[in-house]
Every structure is written in C-alpha cells, then in structure tokens.
Design a protein around this ligand. Structure first.
Ligand SMILES: CC(C)(COP(=O)(O)OP(=O)(O)OC[C@H]1O[C@@H](n2cnc3c(N)ncnc32)[C@H](O)[C@@H]1OP(=O)(O)O)[C@@H](O)C(=O)NCCC(=O)NCCS
Length: 379
C-alpha cells in the first residue's frame, strides 16, 4: 500500500481536518460554535468583548479583578508610536482600510518586534495590536480626510466605545457600543478559517508574530472571507425597496452570481452568529426609523432562502448593523481584523506549542518529463 497522501478531490481542502485545536468548535454536533467550551450564544448575551479576548488569549474567563486590570492595560496601550503615525500619514486617501491595517501592523512589528517565540511574547504583541488597530485606522482616516492628527489615547471603557468615539469624534450611544461589542465577540474566532489557517501556516515556519498577522489580514481581505461584509453592504445599497431588491436578486441568481453574505464552508443549515447580529441590526434599524436598508436586507434573505435554500452568514446582517452605527462601508472588514486578532493570537500560541511545519503535498497535473532545449534552439 502506498503511503502517499490521499488526493484532495473536492478542492479547497473542503472536509479536510488540517490539524487539532482546543480554541474553538465550528458546527460540531452538540457544540455549535463555541470558544474554549463556551457557546457563542452565552458569550454574546453575557460577556463583553474584552472578557472574550481574555478567554481566547489566556484560556479561561477572567475574574472581575482580572478583567478590570486587563481592560485598563489595553486602554493604556492605545497610543501609536511616532513611526507608525508617520508611516500612516504617507498612505494615500485611496488606500483600502484593510491595507492601512496591514501596513500599520507591519510597521509596528518593525518598531516593537516580538522578542521571542514564547507564549508571553505572543500575548504581548497580540494585546498591543488589539489595543492599537482602531487607533491606526482612525488616525489615518482623520488625517487623509481632514488633515487632522487625532489623539488616539482615550479613556473609553472598551474597544467598541474607543473605535466609535475615534470614528465619530464624540461618544457613541450606549446601544451602538453594545451592538459593536456583540459584533466583536461574534467575529473573534472561528477555528481553521482561511485567515487563521494562513496565520498558522506562517507561524509554523517559526516566523515572528507580526508576519503571521500581516498574512492573516491579507487572507481576510477577499470577499469570499472577511470582505463579504463590505460586499454585502454594496449589494444592499443597490436597492431602494424590497421589491426592487427581489427583482435585482433574481437577475443575479439567473446569471449565477455569488451573493455575498450567504453560504458557508462548514455550516450547512445556519450560521449561529447570524441570528445574534440580526437581532442587533433590527434593533438599530428600528431606533433609526429605517424603512429601506433593513427591509431590503430581509427581502434578500427571504429570496435566497426561497430560491437557493441558502442562509445568511455573520457578514450579511453585520453590514446593516455597522451601517446604522455610522461606520463607512470600507471599514467593515477592518472591524473584523480588530476582533479576529484575538483568535489569531490564540492560534499562534497553540501552533507554537506543538509546532510542526505545515507543508502539504500536491497532486501533479503538469506535463510529462521532457528534454531541456537550449534557448538558442527554441525558435
Ligand atoms: C463561503 C463560501 C466561499 C463557501 O464556499 P464553498 O464551500 O466552496 O461553497 P460550495 O461550493 O459548497 O457551494 C455550493 C453551491 O452553492 C453555490 N453558492 C455558494 N455560496 C453561494 C452564494 N453566496 N451565492 C450564490 N450561490 C452560492 C455555489 O456556487 C455552488 O453552486 P454549484 O454547486 O451550482 O456550483 C461560499 O458560500 C461563498 O462564496 N459565499 C459568499 C461569500 C461569503 O459570504 N463569504 C463569507 C463566509 S463566512
């Protein structure tokens, strides 16, 4: 019997278990989605994002005292070093906000490099990025929009409030802060998704933390992964009424177009995060007196169910939730980064603890061996 690896006939590594993790389950019988054994429903209803970040990075939920100290320590790290601010100022207004974070992460990695490949170094670097991603994005945003150099070191109580405060220039309503906090919890971790797997592949070469995160941001940027929330908003905004949306969607489906914010590689019946963010989106829509975006979203959802038997994933209703909070659409996927840095950090730590280089094999589909022809004789 040959001991060569089995060919992957389905493509995209679908259905392949590519390793082990104790961080998260996705769609496992009896578990649904859970972070370190806690269901996403419990976490979204009963915890705050910093509590969940602590759980992912340190392995256990914090005590009240630990949470207070963790929040304070993150809040104290919101300031950007001068080198990062200077680099951000060089990026043109046309830069995609995901590229701003990719660059900011890379520059911070040069100024404050990880000192070793141990657990504490990863936690330190992860927490610093968790504290500074909102600062990076909004420092750049205000600089290119109005030439303003904003102060990013604020005393906002949590990351959700910090992000919205820096974006809007004033404290956001409590309901918006809570909805943002819930969305950060929902985006924090999701097992071996494309960006986390990228992070683990880079980590497995014994590369540094920032290199792994820069790769993760790159993988997250595309519309088949994190970029779907941005693409979903662009779709929703095409239509002014639910009837218009239905007609437009049927045309897209007839052309076999992919509808962003629907479908999932692992979940086959529903994405458990979707109902949780939909609840937030609906409440924000009602409070805003919206008669367009949310009804259009609901109709797109209904048509996809009816026509394709497909369900919304987290990205679909996140789009309208962020819209009602006043977040510009190109910042939707960066919010995903601000949250997923916690899951990525947990996976860097886990990968390093039992590291083996991730290097799969491929089925060869190229030409048979052939004779090399000297360049002069190739015509
Ligand atoms: C998430 C996603 C990449 C999963 O891809 P996948 O596991 O390779 O999906 P599958 O190939 O199993 O899809 C099965 C069928 O459903 C179709 N399909 C899947 N997602 C679809 C979508 N969002 N809109 C329309 N059709 C879709 C596929 O075209 C395929 O049709 P076919 O069998 O006629 O070729 C895919 O559903 C998608 O592209 N969704 C839109 C992007 C998105 O929302 N991404 C965020 C994920 S959290």
């Amino acid at each position: 019997m040959s001991d060569s690896p089995k060919p992957n006939k389905t493509g995209g590594l679908a259905g392949v278990n590519a390793g082990e993790t104790a961080v998260c389950t996705v769609g496992k019988e009896g578990f649904g989605l859970s972070y370190r054994g806690y269901t996403i429903e419990d976490l979204a209803a009963k915890a705050g994002f910093e509590e969940v970040a602590y759980l992912l990075l340190y392995g256990e939920l914090p005590t009240r005292a630990q949470l207070t100290e963790y929040r304070q320590s993150l809040a104290g790290m919101r300031g950007l070093p001068e080198g990062v601010r200077t680099a951000l100022e060089l990026l043109p207004k046309t830069t995609h906000p995901m590229d701003v974070l990719r660059t900011g992460c890379s520059v911070l990695g040069c100024l404050e490099p990880e000192r070793g490949l141990d657990r504490q170094s990863a936690i330190k670097a992860g927490n610093r990025l968790l504290a500074t991603f909102p600062s990076m994005l909004l420092y750049w945003y205000h600089f290119v929009e109005g030439g303003k150099r904003i102060e990013t070191q604020t005393d906002d109580p949590n990351i959700a409030a910090h992000f919205l405060h820096l974006l809007l220039g004033k404290a956001a309503p409590e309901s918006h802060v809570r909805a943002m906090d819930v969305s950060l919890i929902l985006y924090a971790e999701h097992e071996f998704n494309a960006s986390t797997f990228t992070v683990r592949v880079i980590t497995s070469t014994l590369a540094d933390f920032h290199s792994a995160i820069v790769g993760g941001i790159g993988a997250l940027r595309g519309p088949l992964h994190g970029g779907a929330n941005e693409a979903a908003m662009e779709l929703i905004e095409l239509y002014k009424t639910p009837d218009e949306a239905e007609t437009g969607l049927l045309e897209k489906l007839a052309k076999k177009e992919l509808i962003m914010g629907f479908g999932h590689r692992v979940y086959k019946k529903a994405d458990p995060r979707s109902a949780l963010i939909q609840e937030q989106a609906k409440a924000l829509a009602t409070a805003a007196g919206d008669a367009t975006v949310y009804p259009v979203s609901e109709r797109i959802d209904a048509v996809m169910r009816r026509e394709k038997g497909m369900f919304t994933n987290l990205d679909f209703y996140s789009a309208s939730a962020y819209h009602f909070m006043g977040v510009p659409t190109p910042m939707f996927t960066p919010i995903f980064v601000m949250s997923r840095i916690t899951g990525w950090t947990a996976h860097v730590i886990e990968q390093r603890e039992k590291n083996r280089l991730i290097r799969p094999a491929a089925d060869y589909t190229g030409p048979e061996l052939r004779e090399f022809v000297e360049i002069e004789k190739r015509g």
